[in-house]
Design a protein around this ligand. Structure first.
Ligand code: SF4
Length: 575
């Protein structure tokens, strides 16, 4: 029997924070998360935009999620996508790009921006203004450039209220081109793809970006410098990925500089919010919600964590988190963890050996991992998930051998604590294929051949087979390969996605039919001087720094963590 698809009423009945506004006299905005409700509603950025736009008196903002093959209707009022003159699209994962186009198609919206504009003299319902945002678009917006009229690059808070007010005033009166020109003149952080033309050499490699005189040569991303009330959950639901978990940011960005992590680079500089601002956010938690998730714990000051721990203990809250830095498990944290009812946690050594962890600049040792495992087990958390990547630059079979040894040592640590406490633990070993991302030192490096990734998985399976209480979970290298094509993709890849939507062939055949060689995008080693399509965005990071970091990684040299007071290394601070 076919499973019943959930309908909006199912979600709304148990959701807290839903905004229902009467439409009369208001400008409707569709907020789209092209994936499941559960994922979108766990995303703080998505929630923040929802609350922020609805807080503006002239607007009504309703949510759309992706359900395969279903015409999209808004969660709040069940209206179709064609009723909205503005679509705000929130993209966190490259894999959602195709979902977004599918959602447009089933919703009766032409995906191609050029075609939409050609049919209208004003942005309006059915021919809407499409705005893109979210971390996947400010790492590399280019695969979506043919479909989006305007990208808001960076963090939304510094621009969104003013931009929406501008739209309220001009949307109905100005033709699309004029409106977009006005926006790039007036606002920073706005990227309008139609004002930039890409030129390729005979080798198919980008060699020039031609910029319209109306637009800046590069688009500087937006950063929230200060927060009175730290970012926190605005919507709570038992159906969200983090069910009824009140998320609160301790800061943004990360000081560690792991060389594979795009978020660690594009959210620079690392910022820690003041304890008062975090406590102000926690005070907004609905009384009946007792589980709190803290984001950015690896950066928190010990004294702030102590204040937060006191507050949570006093309020009778349980602490939850998705992943911890293995070298950041302090006494306060353990105390708090012991009070929580948490049974499982994740540690991400990412690289299997000490050597590989230097290559990726992870900055944690085997001893850190084992100490963390022991501390967590003693706090009653004895189901551990260990995250690793395969296919990292310079990886050999010896590194995989060390990965297995480390897993076995963690297992034995859990076993030792389990014998004392009578609680036996277990391990989930989660292994993903490494995908090189734009704006990281590994943007120059190629994705590993599928054959070698499959061989590594076979090797790990064999190694784990003899380990009791240990389960191996691996991703499909083929999916990671597709992600690798999108991660460093350009507008040509975007047009291939469009063709995929209309055709019957699989993604590889469609790309080849569009003249795209996926291997070239995913696996080609890039040179120091190559111009990248995503460099339309200016994150303030000096590309020479990224290259130097890449070279250091190959020499297995580490880089110290950020010190925003003094450091000028990457170019983001004190520029
Ligand atoms: S300039 Fe230094 S402290 Fe600032 S983000 Fe770059 S590496 Fe970190």
């Amino acid at each position: 029997m076919r499973q019943r698809q959930p309908v909006s009423g199912d979600f709304l009945a148990s959701e807290k924070g839903t905004q229902r506004k009467k439409w009369k006299g208001l400008l409707p905005v569709a907020l789209i998360f092209p994936n499941r409700y559960g994922l979108g509603n766990s995303n703080l950025g998505f929630q923040l935009v929802y609350a922020l736009v609805n807080s503006l008196p002239g607007f009504v903002c309703e949510r759309f999620f992706y359900q395969e093959g279903q015409p999209p209707v808004s969660l709040e009022s069940g209206r179709p996508l064609r009723d909205f003159p503005i679509l705000l699209c929130s993209l966190s994962f490259e894999q959602d790009f195709l979902n977004l186009l599918a959602l447009f198609s089933t919703g009766g919206i032409e995906p191609l921006a050029e075609k939409r504009s050609a049919k209208t003299s004003r942005f309006r319902p059915g021919q809407p203004l499409v705005i893109g945002g979210g971390v996947a678009t400010f790492i590399n917006p280019e695969p979506l450039a043919p479909f989006v009229d305007l990208f808001v690059v960076g963090e939304a808070e510094p621009i969104l209220p003013q931009l929406m007010e501008h739209l309220a005033e001009h949307l109905a009166n100005e033709e699309p081109e004029g409106l977009l020109r006005g926006i790039v003149r007036e606002f920073r952080g706005c990227y309008v793809p139609r004002f930039y033309a890409m030129h390729y050499g005979e080798d198919g490699i980008l060699n020039r970006i031609e910029v319209d005189s109306a637009a800046p040569s590069r688009v500087r991303r937006l950063v929230l410098e200060h927060s009175e009330v730290a970012g926190h959950s605005k919507l709570l639901s038992p159906d969200a990925e983090f069910a009824n978990l009140f998320l609160t940011e301790l800061g943004r960005g990360c000081s560690r500089g792991c060389r594979f992590c795009a978020a660690g680079f594009v959210y620079r500089p690392p910022r820690l919010w003041q304890a008062e601002s975090i406590l102000a956010a926690l005070a907004e938690r609905p009384e009946e919600i007792q589980r709190v998730g803290l984001l950015g714990m690896e950066m928190a000051r010990v004294e702030d964590l102590a204040k937060i721990a006191d507050y949570l203990l006093h309020e009778g809250c349980a602490l939850s988190f998705s992943s911890l830095r293995a070298d950041a498990i302090s006494g306060e944290l353990c105390h708090l963890l012991a009070q929580s009812k948490l049974k499982s946690a994740a540690i991400a050594p990412d690289g299997g050996s000490e050597r590989l962890r230097r290559v990726i600049n992870k900055g944690i040792s085997e001893e850190d991992v084992l100490c963390a495992a022991e501390a967590l087990a003693r706090a009653g958390i004895n189901h551990l998930k260990l995250y690793f990547m395969i296919g990292l630059p310079t990886e050999t079979e010896d590194d995989l051998g060390e990965l297995l040894l480390l897993t076995d040592k963690v297992r034995k640590t859990l076993l030792g604590v389990g014998r004392e406490t009578g609680r036996m633990g277990n391990i989930t070993l989660s292994v993903n294929s490494f995908v090189p991302k734009a704006w990281t030192p590994f943007q120059f490096h190629g994705f590993a051949p599928l054959t070698s990734l499959k061989k590594s998985i076979k090797f790990l399976r064999k190694g784990v087979a003899g380990m009791a209480n240990t389960r191996l979970v691996v991703d499909q290298p083929g999916n990671a390969f597709y992600q690798a094509v999108l991660a460093r993709g350009d507008r040509k890849v975007g047009l291939a996605l469009y063709a995929m939507l209309q055709g019957q062939q699989n993604w590889r055949q469609t790309m080849q039919g569009c003249g795209i060689e996926p291997e070239g995008y995913a696996m080609r080693q890039r040179g120091q001087e190559e111009l990248f399509p995503w460099e339309i965005i200016d994150h303030g990071i000096d590309r020479r720094y990224l290259w130097a970091e890449y070279r250091k990684s190959l020499e297995e040299k580490s880089t110290i963590a950020c010190d925003t007071k003094r450091c000028r290394r990457c170019g983001v601070c004190h520029d």
